[in-house]
Design a binder for this molecule. Structure first.
Ligand code: ATP
Ligand code: MG
Length: 257
């Protein structure tokens, strides 16, 4: 049973003006079988949280801990984190010119699974996974994300998710920029992954529309570098109706007081 435990996480980023604290004590536990939606204003630190967990070198962990099944994630290299079962679908997936999608996927699957998948099975597996996400087979020979449309990039993040089957998936605005059909196809991909085992999902989003397809067990409001409130799915509807003013106001009031 996978458990991701984030405790009192403080993260800073190095800027030209020096170090700037972005995460100010994040506490969150995601257990197998649970989906946690994270919602919050622009610039509140949601992507910083996902990068810090994935091991992006630009973000410095100043205190706190991240454990996956009791193992210290922060001590692991980025590839060790992936092999341990962490996955990040990036808000802005990077283009990797010169590396074909099929090569990339097979290399990633080999690293994560510990052995190269048998070629015949692998070809079939990828074909099926691509067809489930309505991805044209010609994408397999294109360079990773190069020239892909926004929505195509997001579909390919979910393709990776389905093939790599991590223990815990962090999906950073995977729904942003998707048309209605793509939103359904991508959500179905996430739900297939959820149904495939005892896995945990952290779903960062600005919109309740994806939560109609992927039902969250918990909704967290992320404001000013920490979780300001947690609740059930009804909290998402409340946020849609009322916005974040209440939470931003609270933070400001606290810093003045
Ligand atoms: N390298 C950097 N240099 C300076 N500031 C940074 C850097 N990286 C992040 N920040 C700042 O940290 C804050 C949090 O950014 P982050 O991308 O985590 O926000 P977010 O909650 O994901 O926002 P959005 O909803 O717009 O995706 C922002 O104010 C951002 O400008
Ligand atoms: Mg973000």
């Amino acid at each position: 049973m996978a458990t991701l435990e984030i405790k009192d996480l403080h993260v800073s980023v190095n800027t030209d003006e020096g170090s700037k604290e972005i995460l100010k004590g994040v506490d969150l536990t995601i257990k197998a079988g649970e989906t946690h939606a994270i919602m919050g204003p622009n610039g509140s630190g949601k992507s910083t949280l996902s990068y810090a967990i994935a091991g992006h070198p630009k973000y410095e962990i100043t205190s706190g801990s991240v454990l996956l099944d009791g193992e210290d994630v922060l001590e692991m290299t980025v590839d060790e984190r992936a092999r341990a079962g962490l996955f990040l679908a990036m808000q802005y997936p990077v283009e990797v010119p010169g590396v074909s999608m099929s090569n990339f996927l097979r290399t990633a699957a080999t690293a994560v699974r510990g052995e190269a998948p048998k070629l015949r099975h692998w070809v079939k597996e990828v074909k099926e996974a691509m067809s489930e996400l309505d991805i044209d087979p010609t994408f397999a020979e294109r360079s990773v994300n190069e020239g892909f449309s926004g929505g195509e990039k997001k579909r390919h993040e979910i393709l990776q998710l389905g093939l790599l089957k991590p223990k815990v998936a962090i999906l950073d605005e995977t729904d942003s920029g998707l048309d209605v059909d793509a939103l359904r196809v991508v959500s179905e991909g996430v739900n297939r992954y959820k149904a495939s085992g005892d896995v945990g999902v952290m779903l960062i989003t600005h919109y309740t529309r994806i939560l109609k397809y992927i039902s969250p067990d918990f909704v967290h409001v992320f404001a000013n570098g920490r979780i300001a409130e947690s609740g059930g799915p009804e909290l998402a509807d409340q946020l849609e109706a009322e916005g974040y003013v209440k939470y931003i106001g609270k933070q400001e009031a606290a810093s003045i007081g």
